[in-house]
Design a protein around this ligand. Structure first.
Ligand code: ADP
Length: 893
């Protein structure tokens, strides 16, 4: 259904053309069987040192991966299309396939080919999909990679999401209309939906988001009862009530369907998924999709990149776990003052103690991605090197814990208490593994000597055997007089003696010839073979034993997954708090004071991104004063609506965005770029960028703008913060002004929220004449020689109307033209004004019909009063008719 979904070629492994009489080989039979068990995935079939793809899969792979398309059984009537790559390039090719939106089933040889009787056994060990990546080589360490699942229930929609690489698993319930915003916040790599979802026509557009792959699942995967059962079994519970989840609710169904998919694709333990958290709304600042985009919170608007976004600018974390948590905090700011203050207390404490903060960051910068390592342990995919990294990370904890002790902030005390050193885990690993363990479990060299007596013995034997071979080579050289006699080794016949042509005459009789090459001959001797057996056997056995010991160790560590996960979360949080403290100190941010009153009182505020990108000191700070009583500190009006006028490029957008960004930052628990800030908690932030930047895109852009505007008007509350930038610009001037005018009135009168409206429509400044809580602001400009300099300073009052003509004069437009333009401007202005010199926009009526005194008073016709005063119940029908006729005559006059 979704174009983004790319399932593999719809083959079940059968040859494209009708198979001829030739029977398939047993291996190709197996291929077909496995392929049919994994529909919708490209099958990577391990054959020796290669992964091969066949039939249509091979064609896809050759296109997507640039592999050469060859054929198996070339000579036969039905050659099979084939493409492959060496096993060690798996990561690289998988990455490309997944990024292109494909899924891949990896079919491995699950027994040692040397020991196999007949065909080597092959099984799919993992299906890799965009949302189920766990391999760090395929993941961006700083980003969460979510798999989401959507279930449309009778009234609410269940949305569940999981980060498989860390085991974080959540579920929520929401209105279908809220789904796009939630998905925009999470940006899942893959979304699961039923093939046959309820309210399909409404659901599909909601899923149609950039860069997300939609995977359809059979309807049974969403069967409520099964879903509940699956979750209960996984978490080994009797009911889900402990997670505060209502059985059979849409959120549970979505989570159950998600778990099914993960079990199906991973085919491994999922013991790191230890809980399912319901996400309750209410405790968070709601930021819709369009606002997220226009504020460039985690991505830039144009290029969709992290670089240049607010997240990028405020990210001072030193670990990937911290970077991911910071992104989560920023995407999900809080609304509870207590919770925010808890974070701010911690940030403040770190920011006041630079030495401590630096010390902690130094330690944190050495930790590995404990969250992802833990998940690998749980899924039994951790390599020896992974366990080595885990132990090294745990080894840093005692010092970190010591640094955290004795802190004043409650949150830091809590984190310190929660930081579990997992000392036994560390001891187990350190005791078992060498200091720098290898990547593979198969080649040995990972278990520390002295740990297992049997292993030491085997190793000694293997090493001794090798020494013997060296000695043997020397002795044979002497016995035969062949100076360059050499003992070599190959896979086919093991150890051999190699003699070059010049010395063939000296070869003794007891040498058994095995191979003749161009210039050399290779021999074996019974003595050599005997030792070879010993060495190789010992080596093989020691490797096997090492693998066994390692597996046991990994299982031992896996028993502590929950503790390791908690510790990883603590590390992430400390990293974020230290990072925010560093950000605050390095850039002169202040601690915001949060309050319930809907005010915004920011002194010398700066736009965090521009401030950092511009050379120090170049950004011009501005105050933002909204919603405060006028007499608060003797300054001018402090209404809750500000209309900011001024020419393009003056700094209007920057100023209004800055207000929204600082609010978001404060509510996530960060200090803000200002000298002082008092911020009333917002329940929602709305930001709309008008069509100004996209003029020329036509009607549809305007439609989008109006749809978004409609949404603000329908959902904003008195506690919200709304910033509007050039709303109404995508249509004709009159339309645009009228809409902007009416929208502002509505926000001011009905919603009563804090609003910043940037516009270059000068007409809108007249709004303040009728709107009690609105004020005009503009951007100061300075004439300098023959040019104008934008001071980027926001000052109270409306912008100069004839600014454009001003610029024309300065630019050297002949004075005759300038004068004429001034006259035309005056005429145009006059046209918009009534006799009293006020703009000609119709009057509004207040609720209850009471006449409102406004600038655009239109006199009411006297007949209205006459009608109002009629005593209808005392009149005969005829008298009423006569009266009606009289009124009609009167109106005709
Ligand atoms: P407008 O919305 O009025 O068209 P912008 O807010 O987009 O203008 O600002 C235009 C440019 O002016 C910005 O890209 C930035 O380079 C600069 N600018 C804006 N505000 C400031 C400021 N306060 N200090 C320094 N430069 C600023």
């Amino acid at each position: 259904m979704d174009k983004a979904t790319k399932t593999a070629a719809p083959t079940d492994g059968k040859p494209a053309k009708k198979a001829g009489p030739a029977k398939l080989s047993p291996m190709m039979e197996r291929y077909r069987e496995v392929k049919s068990q994994n529909p919708g995935s490209l099958l990577l079939f391990r054959m020796g040192d290669f992964y091969e793809l066949f039939y249509e899969d091979a064609e896809v792979a050759s296109k997507v991966l640039g592999l050469t398309l060859t054929a198996r059984d070339k000579g036969s009537a039905n050659p099979t299309a084939m493409a492959g790559f060496p096993y060690h390039s798996l990561e690289n090719y998988l990455h490309k396939l997944i990024r292109a939106g494909y899924r891949a089933a990896i079919c491995e040889q699950v027994e040692d080919p040397k020991k196999a009787k007949g065909l080597v056994k092959r099984e799919v060990t993992q299906v890799v999909t965009p949302g189920t990546l766990t391999d760090e080589a395929l993941l961006d360490p700083r980003e969460s990679n979510y798999l989401a699942s959507v279930f449309v229930g009778k009234s609410l929609v269940g949305l569940s999401w999981l980060e498989l690489s860390t085991g974080k698993f959540l579920t929520s319930e929401l209105e279908l209309s809220q789904l796009p915003d939630e998905l925009a916040r999470l940006r899942p790599a893959e979304i699961l939906v039923s093939e046959n979802p309820a309210r399909e026509e409404e659901l599909l557009p909601a899923l149609n988001l950039r860069g997300m792959v939609v995977s359809q699942r059979p309807p049974w995967a969403f069967a409520a009862d099964q879903c509940r059962k699956r979750l209960v079994e996984h978490f080994q519970l009797k009911t889900l009530e402990g997670f505060d989840l209502e059985e059979n609710s849409p959120g549970v169904v979505a989570a159950g369907a998600l778990l099914e998919y993960v079990q199906e694709t991973q085919k491994s333990s999922l013991s790191h998924i230890v809980r399912l958290e319901p996400l309750r709304r209410g405790g968070n600042l709601i930021i819709d999709e369009a606002t997220r985009a226009s504020l460039e919170l985690t991505r830039t608007l144009r290029e969709g990149r992290r670089e240049g976004s607010l997240l990028d600018i405020i990210d001072e974390t030193v670990s990937p776990m911290g970077a991911r948590l910071l992104a989560e905090w920023l995407s999900n700011p809080l609304t509870e003052i207590k919770q925010i203050d808890a974070r701010l207390d911690a940030v403040e404490e770190f920011s006041l103690d630079a030495v401590l903060c630096r010390g902690i960051r130094d330690e944190l910068s050495k930790v590995y991605d404990l969250q992802r390592l833990t998940a690998k342990v749980a899924t039994l995919r951790a390599s020896p090197r992974d366990l080595g990294c885990l132990a090294r990370t745990l080894a840093l904890l005692p010092k970190l814990k010591a640094k955290l002790s004795g802190r004043g902030a409650e949150l830091l005390k809590l984190l310190e208490a929660d930081l579990d050193l997992c000392a036994e885990v560390r001891a187990d690993v350190e005791l078992n593994l060498v200091d720098d363990p290898p990547l593979l479990t198969t080649d040995g060299g990972m278990i520390r000597s002295g740990f297992d007596a049997k292993l030491d013995e085997l190793r000694e034997l293997a090493r001794g055997g090798k020494a013997w071979i060296a000695k043997y080579q020397a002795a044979e050289m002497e016995r035969t007089g062949i100076p360059n006699l050499k003992v070599g080794f190959n896979k086919v016949f093991g150890y051999y003696l190699e003699v070059t042509a010049a010395h063939w005459s000296k070869v003794p009789d007891d040498y058994i010839r095995k191979q003749t090459l161009k210039n050399q001959e290779r021999y074996i001797t019974p003595e050599l073979k005997e030792y070879e057996d010993k060495v190789l056997r010992a080596e093989d056995e020691s490797k096997l034993l090492e693998a066994e010991l390692f597996t046991a160790l990994r299982e031992q560590v896996a028993a502590h997954v929950t503790r390791l996960k908690n510790t990883a979360e603590v590390l992430a949080e400390i990293d974020v708090l230290c990072g925010l403290a560093t950000l605050a100190s390095a850039n002169g941010y202040c601690r915001p004071q949060l309050c319930v009153e809907p005010v915004l009182d920011i002194r010398e505020g700066r736009h965090p991104v521009l401030d950092k990108l511009q050379p120090t000191g170049e950004f011009v700070p501005n105050d933002v004063l909204l919603g405060m009583p006028a007499d608060d500190d003797g300054r001018a009006s402090r209404g809750r609506v500000q209309i900011i006028t001024g020419p393009n490029m003056a700094g209007k957008s920057t100023y209004i965005r800055q207000a929204a960004l600082l609010t978001v930052m404060a509510q996530m628990g960060s200090f803000v770029p200002a000298s002082e800030a008092r911020i009333g908690i917002a329940d929602r932030v709305f930001a709309r960028v008008g069509a100004s930047d996209e003029l020329g895109k036509g009607q549809s852009t305007f439609m989008v703008e109006m749809t978004e505007t409609a949404r603000i008007l329908n959902t904003a509350t008195a506690r919200s913060l709304v910033i509007l930038d050039e709303i109404g610009r995508g249509t004709s001037t009159y339309d645009g002004i009228s809409l902007a005018w009416a929208v502002t009135e509505f926000l001011h009168d009905s919603i009563k929220c804090r609003t910043l409206f940037a516009t270059h429509y000068h007409e809108l400044t007249d709004l303040t004449a009728t709107l009690k809580h609105a004020s005009n602001w503009n951007v100061a400009v300075h004439e300098q020689g023959d040019g104008i300099v934008f001071l980027h300073r926001i000052v109270e009052g409306a912008a100069d109307k004839s600014y454009g003509i001003h610029v024309a004069r300065l630019a050297g437009v002949p004075s005759q033209v300038v004068q004429r333009a001034t006259v035309i401007l005056e005429t145009l202005e006059a046209d918009h004004l009534n006799e009293e010199g006020r703009p000609t926009v119709p009057a509004r009526r207040k609720k209850g019909g009471e006449k409102q005194l406004s600038l655009f008073v239109v006199e009411e016709h006297p007949v209205f009063d006459e009608i109002r005063n009629l005593k209808i119940d005392e009149m005969t029908p005829l008298a009423a008719l006569e009266e009606l006729n009289r009124i009609r005559q009167q109106l005709k006059r």
